[in-house]
Write a protein that binds this ligand. Structure first.
Ligand SMILES: [Zn+2]
Length: 491
């Protein structure tokens, strides 16, 4: 990826802190010959349940950012945390502890619950080709450090102790809520932020959560404020500074982190550092993907998992491709029909690039026209990670019959460094996750489904039923949806 060092377009990113797109520069001066080093922290999941594909969007987004930084030649140190201390069912220090609830539900210890869901989360990241972070860190390994951090805040007068624990006094922080543009005067107890007995302001948050008298928790530690557990926000402040230094470049998360979690991380970190400088200069947030159209009814009542995609015959990278079709700052909509068209789109790209790969070997210097495509791709990525435009460039390359195989194969290799959708190594057959004994490909299934759609549109239900039976005999189950579309899966 070093080919792009110092060349091409300047990377521009949208910063939630300023609400503006601006040129990105890391804080540390760059060593000679390199654009520099970047410290990147991404808030990880609380590991008390499966992460559905909607949750995974935040990590594909962080990975897209990381790949763009590497594409531009930056050396990236990436940290993802695992919240294995149960924080509460609401972001605002209220409700039951999620890990302890899950432990009771599944008859495991809280530690077993955390280990199980951490492993499943990491497996799904690998399936989506999210590059392994430089550091995985988990909250339970850093309790002592968190207590030292909270003690420092308390000693400097930022906190007060009440029965539910040690609370950060947000009124003492003149710039509290800047990230979220919070209207503190308009914030009322019991609205978005819930109350805790004795809290001075609705926005105050727990730095340390004391175990309730008589409560028997599996995960609790001694502290100067009694037995209990660290507040959720404290984890991220402590672990990010531990692995990236007191000030680092970029912090990412989902848009849902802006009003509470990231707001509180900033408040306590800047209070702790006390140097008058912003703690982290760049805050990037990914939007949601709406899964309403795709609930899978399961006993757990959960959303669609990466494993469910595989069960239905979709390669996980089809989902990554679908995500990249939307800009990370726009909401996206998931549907099985969208997955089908993403599969068709990705298969078309792989058709071209796998053929090109097969007939080329070794290093290749790109032609003028190939360099033009590379520049257009670079421009799209540098424009606040414009993956929809970047994919359009990829599609143009796949369609361009005047381009040599060697050019196409080399472009596919370079594009995939930024996209991670298998352009450099997958073939169309790899997208077809059919059982090994199947006598029909997913492409043929889709062709027959197209015929069946046409038959239904023409009200030829006999033909439609016949096609359903034919597919059924070939090990394909069709499920008609209420909106008139249908999905299918291998049986
Ligand atoms: Zn966090």
């Amino acid at each position: 990826m070093s080919a792009s060092i110092g060349s091409g377009h300047r990377l521009r990113l949208f910063n939630t802190l300023t609400r503006e797109v601006a040129d990105f520069h890391p804080a540390q001066p760059a060593p000679p010959g390199s654009p520099g080093r970047v410290g990147l922290y991404s808030c990880g999941p609380t590991v008390y349940a499966d992460q559905h594909i909607g949750n995974m969007r935040a990590y594909v987004f962080a990975d897209t950012l990381k790949r763009a930084l590497i594409w531009k030649g930056f050396e990236v140190r990436h940290v993802i945390n695992i919240t294995d201390v149960g924080h509460l069912t609401s972001d605002a220090d209220e409700g039951d502890d999620k890990l302890e609830l899950a432990a009771r539900r599944e008859r495991l210890t809280a530690w077993e619950i955390a280990a199980r869901y951490t492993a499943e989360f990491q497996t799904d990241l690998r399936r989506l080709r999210v590059i392994e972070p430089s550091v995985w860190c988990k909250a339970t390994d850093h309790i002592e450090h968190m207590i030292r951090f909270a003690t420092a805040l308390d000693d400097r007068g930022w906190c007060y102790q009440i029965q539910p624990g040690l609370y950060f006094d947000t009124q003492k922080d003149g710039s509290y809520g800047q990230l979220a543009r919070l209207d503190l005067a308009g914030q009322r107890e019991g609205a978005r932020v819930e109350a805790a007995e004795g809290k001075r302001q609705a926005s105050d948050f727990a730095v340390w959560r004391a175990s309730a008298p008589g409560e028997n928790r599996q995960m609790e530690w001694d502290s100067p404020w009694g037995r209990g557990a660290p507040g959720w926000h404290l984890e991220c402040s402590v672990m990010s500074m531990e692995y990236l230094g007191q000030h680092f470049d970029i912090h990412t998360g989902g848009v849902d982190h802006i009003p509470v979690h990231h707001t509180n991380e900033i408040a306590q970190s800047e209070a702790y550092l006390g140097d008058g400088r912003p703690w982290v200069r760049w805050w990037l947030h990914g939007e949601f993907i709406n899964l309403r159209g795709a609930k899978i009814s399961k006993s757990t009542g959960g959303g669609v998992l990466v494993g469910d995609l595989i069960d239905r015959g979709y390669h996980p990278l089809i989902y990554r491709y679908l995500l990249l079709q939307a800009h990370y700052r726009s909401q996206a909509e998931f549907s099985w029909a969208a997955m089908d068209s993403a599969r068709t789109g990705l298969r078309r790209l792989l058709d071209r690039f796998s053929t090109a790969r097969a007939v080329t070997t070794g290093d290749h210097a790109l032609s003028e026209s190939a360099l033009g495509y590379l520049d257009a791709f670079d421009q799209a990525i540098c424009d606040d990670l414009g993956t929809p435009k970047a994919l359009a460039v990829v599609a143009s390359v796949a369609r361009d019959n005047a381009l040599s195989d060697a050019d196409s194969a080399e472009l596919a290799r370079r594009f995939d460094e930024a996209l991670g959708i298998g352009l450099a190594d997958l073939s169309p057959a790899d997208l077809d996750l059919r059982p090994s004994d199947s006598r029909i490909s997913s492409e043929q299934v889709e062709r027959l489904l197209g015929e069946r759609r046409a038959a239904r549109a023409a009200k030829d239900f006999a033909r439609s039923d016949q096609l359903r039976d034919q597919l059924g005999a070939l090990g394909v189950r069709i499920e008609d949806q209420q909106d008139g579309t249908s999905t299918w899966r291998w049986t």
